[in-house]
Ligand binder design. Structure first.
Ligand code: SF4
Length: 758
């Protein structure tokens, strides 16, 4: 075993043919999903990429395993794969926008800051918007929220994490008083007796996590998967329930009905540790099994089997992901699954509980430290006077100087360029690609084009950056240091392992430069915008002190020594909190609250004109909007383009063969992609992955109907019709102009995805 230094860099002796050299190895984490697998990076001299990636056996979350995305993460460090100079777009003499051209940092920053200030002066502070991302480090997310509130003085800030797991966050907070993705470490999963996985497909989204489910089954546990598709994850389940999209809420109510009817409620737990059971019970009793079968399509016998497995198990867990969450009733749906845990006494106990499998790399930390419209650092409400006073003191401003709560992500995007007081006319966007990832994306493109100024900071020229007036090339992952908080609430340290190319700057540096130009306090110190990540983290910890997501006792030094620290960790001598709720829930009375919820249909149900359900999701070899993974040759070869998954019976009815071009049409637009025929999907439903732009962009079709509590859009269900198209080039009728590489417009069938490394 090689020695680990304070910063996590290790040294190993490497034999070469001529000599013996010391090679510096950096322990860090993957740039992609919320699992944040541990990696080692070893420098490579003279190769196409500056480092070689391998999984860290000694990191407990992934124990050495990486999926294809992680294995190929270094490809984006190669010259030519990413942006290396700022870009600006000139306005032509006739007032139209010209092409993006290379610019100096001074010109780009002056243009950005000048434009933001001009819009603020012309329309007011809230007309300047800020849009962040769930992949930003904690330091960047914190600094971006602070920049919006005290440099721009705008309430108009939100982030793409709103699209990711905000319904689970809202439901968790309502039920338990606090939202943390998992209230226990992943390592607890193998020790539970029954696990229900709802709308989650870790076999494709986070393959190294699958081992926990396998180990649970090897230990005699039961895995139940709820998904409209028989996914790779569902194929490994003991029981797969395949409901209609958008009916998970009714399914959960039906299971609770059976727990009550068949005497499987833990009355002592309900009496001692919960409140609100009677209302939840009454709602569930109105969802008897036959009614639930009619709503969901899941046979009564299977409902009963699932209820009895879960209800009779000594310990149990329910984990949700985007399936139940990305609905216009996502908060209620997650609440109904939490009810199931509470009624059966499977929460706040060892090896039991509800959790959310967060998606983005820092989906958890990103929502804790201030880039969400209604939150201040430490998971504090921006409307709470005490929270405002505390954070304002850390920032060196008066509490009254802080703006109030702003609007949610889709509401923000929808107000771009709008007339009247709600209109947002300039936008600073960091680490997000809403042209591909937002619902009703065609409309979002229109709104972005109507802005007076769009400034995008990103490492690649994403489809959104292509629309910008100013593009700022940012450092990434192995080129910078910062903390991430994974789905377990474990705060981790990503370490710099290689030099960024000349011309690239960190987002922290960019925010400091913009703040100076906007007349906010300069860099460094309280109230300033420091550029050193460790200094920013220390300030974040002070700002979070006393909040729910309390990082006050965490430091880079501790994370390095302990390989991650679980929040809350309020003091330097506090051990951190791997497991929440064992001694009580974080509500004022310490009791978990049942959600009084009833089933209701999706915002848009199939009808004569649009007779099918569309549901969307991810594939193994691509990540989110694909801005990064579509630029990696190995991943692109494995998953080169969009497709429409449909059942053989539906294909026969439409006269469609494998690979035939199809148009999929919703009330919001029309896309074209090849057919992929499979009996793993319901005959009344089609599926599209959402990683691509252009003609096959799934989010052209999706419905931005928002959950009233979480403001999460209904990505997971809308009504469509499918039209076979004649083969050949004519099939590519466009729903809107296409930009981006040709690979995004492919119509050939998709090959096998890149697999897990071990
Ligand atoms: Fe990265 Fe894959 Fe691990 Fe997610 S599962 S952190 S994408 S290696």
């Amino acid at each position: 075993m090689t020695p680990t230094t304070l910063t996590g860099a290790t040294t190993a002796t490497t034999a070469t043919t001529a000599t013996t050299a010391r090679t510096v190895t950096t322990a860090t984490h993957c740039p992609y999903c919320s699992l944040q697998c541990g990696m080692r990076l070893v420098p490579v001299a003279g190769g196409p990429v500056p480092v070689e990636v391998s999984g860290r056996e000694d990191f407990p979350v992934n124990r050495g395993a990486l999926c294809g995305k992680g294995q190929n993460a270094a490809a984006l460090l190669a010259p030519g794969a990413r942006l290396t100079t700022p870009l600006v777009r000139d306005v032509r003499r006739d007032g139209t926008r010209g092409e993006l051209r290379a610019a100096s940092w001074t010109e780009a920053l002056d243009r950005a800051a000048g434009g933001l200030a001009a819009v603020r002066d012309a329309y007011g502070a809230d007309a300047v918007g800020v849009f962040g991302g769930g992949g930003l480090t904690n330091e960047k997310a914190y600094q971006l929220g602070k920049f919006a509130r005290i440099a721009l003085r705008t309430a108009t800030i939100d982030y793409n994490g709103r699209f990711c797991m905000s319904s689970a966050a809202a439901a968790g907070k309502l039920a338990f008083g606090v939202d943390r993705g998992l209230p226990f470490p992943l390592a607890d999963i193998p020790k539970t007796d029954c696990l229900i996985l709802v709308g989650a497909n870790p076999a494709e989204t986070m393959p190294p996590a699958l081992r926990y489910f396998r180990e649970m089954r090897e230990n005699g546990g039961t895995l139940i998967v709820v998904d409209p598709r028989r996914t790779r994850t569902a194929e490994q389940a003991d029981l797969h329930l395949q409901p209609l999209p958008g009916t998970d809420l009714a399914l959960a109510l039906g299971l609770l009905h059976l727990l009550v009817a068949d005497g499987m409620v833990d009355a002592d737990f309900v009496a001692e540790r919960t409140s609100g059971f009677e209302q939840a019970r009454a709602a569930a009793m109105a969802h008897w099994p036959e009614r639930v079968e009619r709503i969901t399509g899941v046979p009564v016998a299977r409902l009963r089997e699932a209820a009895h497995h879960f209800g009779r198990a000594r310990t149990g867990m329910v984990l949700t992901a985007r399936g139940p969450e990305q609905q216009s009733k996502g908060t209620d749906t997650v609440g109904a699954w939490i009810n199931l845990c509470l009624a059966s006494g499977k929460a706040g106990r060892l090896h039991s509980g509800y959790g959310c499998l967060t998606g983005q790399g820092n989906g958890q930390g990103g929502r804790e430290h201030g880039q969400k419209a209604d939150q201040l650092p430490g998971y504090r409400s921006i409307e709470d006077p005490a929270a405002r006073t505390h954070v304002a003191a850390v920032w060196g401003v008066e509490p009254d100087a802080l703006p109030r709560s702003g609007r949610s992500a889709y509401e923000l995007l929808d107000s771009l360029g709008a007339d009247g007081p709600e209109g947002v006319h300039a936008l600073l966007l960091m680490g997000s690609n809403p042209v591909v990832s937002a619902p009703r994306a065609g409309r979002v493109v229109e709104r972005l084009r109507s802005l007076e100024l769009l400034v995008v900071s990103d490492l690649v020229l994403s489809e959104t950056a292509q629309l910008a007036d100013v593009v700022l090339p940012s450092t990434q992952w192995a080129e910078e240091t910062g903390t991430m908080t994974n789905l377990e609430g474990r705060v981790l340290l990503r370490r710099r392992a290689t030099q960024a190319p000349e011309g690239v700057r960190s987002d922290l540096w960019v925010l400091g430069e913009l703040a100076q130009r906007l007349g906010a306090t300069g860099r460094g110190g309280e109230g300033g915008f420091d550029t050193d990540p460790e200094t920013v983290f220390a300030e974040l910890c002070r700002a979070s002190a006393g909040g729910q997501a309390d990082y006050a006792g965490i430091s880079y030094e501790r994370i390095a020594a302990e390989d991650g620290v679980f929040w809350p960790c309020p003091a330097k001598d506090h051990p951190g909190t791997p497991r929440l709720f064992l001694d009580g829930f974080a509500t004022p009375d310490g009791r978990a609250r049942f959600a009084p919820v009833s089933h209701r249909p999706a915002a848009e149900e199939p009808d004569a004109e649009y007779p099918l359900y569309l549901t969307t999701g991810r594939v193994l070899a691509q990540y989110q909007s694909g801005a990064q993974t579509r630029r990696v040759a190995e991943l692109n070869a494995a998953a080169p383009g969009p497709f429409v998954e449909l059942h053989p019976r539906l294909a026969a009815r439409l006269g469609v063969a494998e690979g035939d071009p199809l148009a999929v049409v919703s009330r919001r637009g029309r896309v074209v992609a090849p057919a992929r025929i499979t009996d793993t999907i319901r005959p009344d439903t089609v599926f599209m992955p959402f990683h691509w732009a252009g003609t096959g962009r799934a989010n052209t079709l999706t419905n931005p109907a928002l959950d009233p509590t979480s403001k999460m859009p209904e990505f997971k269900v809308c009504a469509v019709r499918v039209e076979p198209l004649p083969s050949g080039p004519a099939s590519g009728r466009l729903s809107e102009p296409v930009s981006g590489p040709a690979s995004e417009r492919l119509s050939e069938p998709v090959s096998e995805p890149v697999g897990e490394s071990k």
